[in-house]
Design a protein around this ligand. Sequence first.
Ligand SMILES: Cc1cc2nc3c(=O)[nH]c(=O)nc-3n(C[C@H](O)[C@H](O)[C@H](O)COP(=O)(O)O)c2cc1C
Length: 278
Amino acid sequence: MADTMIDAIKRRVSVRTFSAEPVPPEVMDAFRGGMLRNGADLFGNRPRFLVIDPREERLGETAGLFTYGVVKNPGFFIAGAVPRGPGALTDFGYAMERHILEAVSLGLGTCWLGGTFSRSAFSRAMGLRDGELLPAVSPLGIPAAEKSLVDGVLSFAARSRLRRPWKEIFHRGRPGVPLSPGEAGAYAEVLECVRMAPSALNRQPWRVVREESADVFHFYIVSEGGGGEIRLPEIDIGIALCHFELAAGALGLSGSWSGKTGSGGVEGWTHILTWEGR
Ligand SMILES: Cc1cc2nc3c(=O)[nH]c(=O)nc-3n(C[C@H](O)[C@H](O)[C@H](O)COP(=O)(O)O)c2cc1C
């Protein structure tokens, strides 16, 4: 339903401490049903996802070791894999965030983990295939009333509730000219949903330029590059594109993604996709 998606986007926070209370089976059934409905990608790479029960023997270790002690009492994990290819990590971010938001709308806590988890243990549990990457996982469970010490320190270090101001992220016509919520018109709420998106280390590497006189939004990544095969900013932008599209859909704003840059290249920014509103 319309506002449930925007509501889920606004309510979502990283949860690393879960209650020992088990997730009701009907909630997990609803989540699995949503996973089947929510499959989508932007660049044609088909991520696949699996719900993993840490109590199952094949994990072979306790769930705490799996996440180096960052996550306490996870009920389940959702893990995903995507074939290597252009746009694979962005497709992964875009697809996984739909599952995360579905979980949030069912009252579950989640936390993107792109670093603090045992990639080899999850690759085994997932049955990772040749040519596939396993970019990230998330615990799923009932949020605990109080955060663990590690969770508190991590949330504080990432300044989890804070986001860059509008003027840094959203631009009008060209980079450096700030776009105000008033100028964004009907899209102001949609862009706010992009601003609230989670990103690795809360770096918020996304930048958006709205064309001067049309609902055309160019999405870019700013990043220093590097980081090996799992380039987290590419996952982050997939999450931002997911938030944009779901919020636009919820508000009845139609449009579609295209690869064209319109205003041309911007130094230091990598163009990913453009939304053309109709
Ligand atoms: C791609 C990605 C990877 C992340 N990896 C980790 C991680 O390895 N460990 C962790 O504790 N948090 C991780 N996070 C969570 C971020 O730190 C968190 O989303 C950010 O600080 C914003 O806080 P919020 O999610 O509470 O809004 C990751 C987030 C994203 C999007």
